[in-house]
Design a protein around this ligand. Sequence first.
Ligand code: ADP
Ligand code: MG
Length: 701
Amino acid sequence: MTTPFLETPVEYLKGVGPARADLLKKELNIHTFGELLTFFPFRYVDRSKFYQIADIHDDSSYIQIKARIVHIQTIGALHHQRLVATARDASGEIDLVWFQGVKWVLEMLTPQQEYVIFGKPGIYNGRWNIPHPELEIPTQQPLPLSEVVRPIYNSTEKLKSKGLDFKGIGKLVRNILLNEKFIMPESLTPEIIQRLRLINRQEAFVNIHFPQSPELLKKAQTRLKFEELFYIQLRLAKQRHGRLLKHQGHKFLKVAEYVNQFYHHHLTFELTNAQKRVIKEIRVDLGSGNQMNRLLQGDVGSGKTLVALMTMLIALDNSFQSCLMAPTEILARQHFNSISGMLTGLNVVLKLLTGSTRPAERREIQEGLQNGTVHLLIGTHALIEENVKFRRLGLVVIDEQHRFGVAQRAKLWEKNVVTPHILVMTATPIPRTLAMTLYGDLDTSIIDELPPGRKPVVTKHVYEPEREKVFRFIREKIGEGRQVYIVFPLIQESETLDLKNLEDGYTAIIQVFPPPQYTVSMVHGRMKQKEKDDEMKRFLERKTQIMVATTVIEVGVDVPNASVMVIENAERFGLAQLHQLRGRVGRGSDQSYCILMSGFELSAEARKRISTMVRTNDGFEIAETDLQLRGPGDLQGTQQSGIMDLRIADIVKDEKILKFARSLASEIISNDPMLSKKENDILALHLLNMDKKQQNWGLIS
Ligand code: ADP
Ligand code: MG
């Protein structure tokens, strides 16, 4: 929703000449009045509150103090002169520093006078100071409400050099808001506004920039956060609905021979309740006549592969082929081996197709796929890139979604007239809020229970000086016949350095665990696939006892006899990565251990990551902590999702608003899928407008 006034190029704004306009475009991507208005303050300072000088502890934000000037001096020669005034409150002292306008400030400052001082503290020579603060003489009257909250805008060095610091930007914004042509058209229906008791859009924009009171600021924030999240959810709901309409699904109504045989005669254990529930959810999808598009989340070892296999057997019972795609060749082979094992004795034809499949065999597989004699195909995602054709492809299972882009998923759509059902499996739990936004077009199933008898991995944080103890423990476990992983971090400055780091580690390990008594393997990312596979195989066959590796072992590899994992420089790993790594042990019947090694000096974040790992094995809890520590920006898959473009909402902090937005959006779409009803005109129009602005949106999901 916009108006000609809001579309006016920013150079026509009072206070903006060509130079500033240019900078606004380059630095902040602001071209129009309207865009400047959506550049919201990133924080607010409450002017009725004062900081104690002794409480100043970070140099990142603006603060306000009330203090007396106790000392004034100028330092340096004429042209490099600076003025330092020391201010004191009951709690301590801080320096105020001016590098420019020294003469003028000197005249203005009154010694022993108390001032309200506003600025951004920094550290110089180990002492806190505030460069170029703003000073005011305190007044006795309480501030009028409309001046209590002060907006702070992000700025850049270049903008500041043209007078556009947070105050300068605020002035420009004010120029727009005070113009008589300023109208902010409404983007929500009267019904929504009433139901949620939101303030209107115009009022929200005024108050987000110049809060008339703390209370109105809060209302403005709620209104704008809701609007932002609501439109993301509305778009997702509409797309999802559209997909259901467009993509008729194969109906798998039968559960027959294959499933029954497998279930009653081949399955050596009872399914967990979580597995049963998920299979039920999948069966409902498969029988609905719509195409299934489901995300299956569950920790490593929770039995996802088994669920996938049962689903493939259902497809087979309905005379359809399936394929399973893994992110790497090792994983594809592992899936192939374990699924072949589970299917022995059943009349199912299963093939493996990867980059290293020989041409002759490849042709044979292609033929089998086309005449329908091959039932299940397992491979890397090269499967969809290459010209592989199926006779009747009914189901695609994708393992480890986060390595598998949305665009690739979309390719599957094109392959068949009727789109196959899609089951995406991931062992990297996704926090709920993120999943709602990131994978809003997928339905989600969660396996939140491990098969019985699993002993949770015992995790310990060990400091460097106690390394000897760790080595003793390793010897003991090897003596009992177990195997051990020792993982080194990628330092990422250069591959060569990383390799050196690993090789040094390897050499050190060999010295402690010398041959022939001990045998040590090494795997790293720069080895050829074949070499890697061979080393992994030696470890799997117990020909080596210790596997020294970088994070290449992170995904998938399954060596149940390995019961100890030592992670070197654990502080260098992200939480998700630590969790994935730990998933490599605890796969057998023995008690397993994960030892996180680090020095004493740790950042607060690293400490939190390590203590989270020690405290819990729950992947979802770990994922939530990860999201809180890092924000969504660094998490895999978020870049393309649009949640990074959020201007005001925060999917971690605004979970409640997000949920509300989601349920309202889906309610509206289920009543009016195309938003064609008169009362929803305003929503349809706003959505269209946003699509025009952000062309990329259409490509997502
Ligand atoms: P995921 O794919 O989630 O990592 P898998 O399906 O590979 O997990 O299962 C891990 C191991 O647990 C496999 O050896 C599998 O046979 C076994 N398993 C799966 N479900 C059960 C169950 N309900 N009871 C006992 N063992 C199970
Ligand atoms: Mg698995």
